[in-house]
Design a protein around this ligand. Structure first.
Ligand code: KIV
Length: 285
């Protein structure tokens, strides 16, 4: 039997993430929820693609991540995986899929890998997830942890606010991060935490930190693609830097097409199909 090496040379797996931290090289991660955006993100050289439950806000219009289902993430993950050659594909475990018991959580994570094609899973929580992370890692499931602002706790937290601002809260976050590293997580999302806290966690831990609203010291930066390219509605948090206005580009194209349809300029002869002269003759006979 020959060992078939997984995918192409240069494909990002765990060792590449660890090696980048050791070299002090920053990596980038973006969300994607479908084939075309995954392809664009992957071809642009992004190292990790997160099939995030932010899809609840961004593409489903739910208003938060709570209603996102495992099937929605799996379906998105299948499409993202087809559009990705190099980046590591990470799937979010949605709310309710790792909260009941460890066996069901493992089954759900395995579904994300077996059917969705995910190469790692991400779940929210601190010390309360340590035993689960150990179990998942023991079952060969690479795990990304997520602390700080955990959007699945929005009702408990009462909103989206910076976490770890007091010395006591900051210490708890640092402890949580260490416990999750000891449990076997290979990376950890730090969302909306003071940059000093993120810097301490990044310096103290061997696992990679993935920052969003956590300052520039994190090993990896992640953003929601739709925020980065301007395909969202409403006020953006201060950490979002919008590099394009795809929504305006799309609106402009739609306006132009509508005007062409109304004026009769679309479709032109070149954009239409016709009968051959022979068929026309036969029809008029
Ligand atoms: O769901 C998501 O997109 C995330 C990122 C914001 C880290 O969890």
């Amino acid at each position: 039997m020959a060992y078939l090496q997984p995918d192409k040379e240069g494909k990002v797996y765990l060792p590449a993430i660890r090696a980048a931290k050791e070299r002090g090289e920053k990596l980038v991660c973006l969300t994607a929820y479908d084939y075309p955006t995954a392809r664009i993100v992957d071809e642009a050289g992004v190292d990790m693609i997160l099939v995030g439950d932010s899809m609840g806000n961004v593409i489903h219009g739910y208003g938060n991540t709570i209603p996102v289902s495992l099937d929605e993430i799996i379906s998105a993950c299948i499409a993202v995986k087809r559009g990705t050659e190099r980046a590591m594909v990470i799937a979010d475990m949605p709310f309710g899929t790792y909260h009941v018991n460890e066996d069901d959580s493992v089954k759900n994570a395995l579904r994300l890998m077996k059917y969705g094609g995910a190469e790692a899973v991400k779940l929210e929580g601190g010390r309360n997830r340590v035993e689960l992370v150990k179990r998942l890692v023991n079952e060969e499931i690479p795990v990304v942890a997520h602390i700080g602002l955990t959007p699945q706790s929005v009702y408990k937290m009462g909103g989206y606010r910076v976490q770890g601002r007091t010395a006591e809260q900051a210490k708890l976050l640092i402890e949580d991060a260490k416990m999750l590293e000891d449990a076997g997580a290979f990376a950890i999302v730090l969302e909306l935490v003071p940059r000093e806290v993120a810097a301490m966690i990044t310096a103290e831990l061997e696992m990679s930190t993935i920052g969003i609203g956590a300052g520039l010291d994190c090993d990896i930066q992640v953003l929601v693609l739709h925020d980065l390219v301007g395909m969202t509605f409403g006020r953006q948090p201060r950490f979002v830097r919008q590099y394009a206005s795809v929504r305006d580009v799309m609106t402009d194209a739609i306006h132009k097409w509508t005007a062409d349809v109304k004026s009769g300029a679309y479709p032109s002869d070149q954009e239409s199909y016709g009968l051959t002269d022979e068929t026309k003759k036969e029809m008029s006979a």
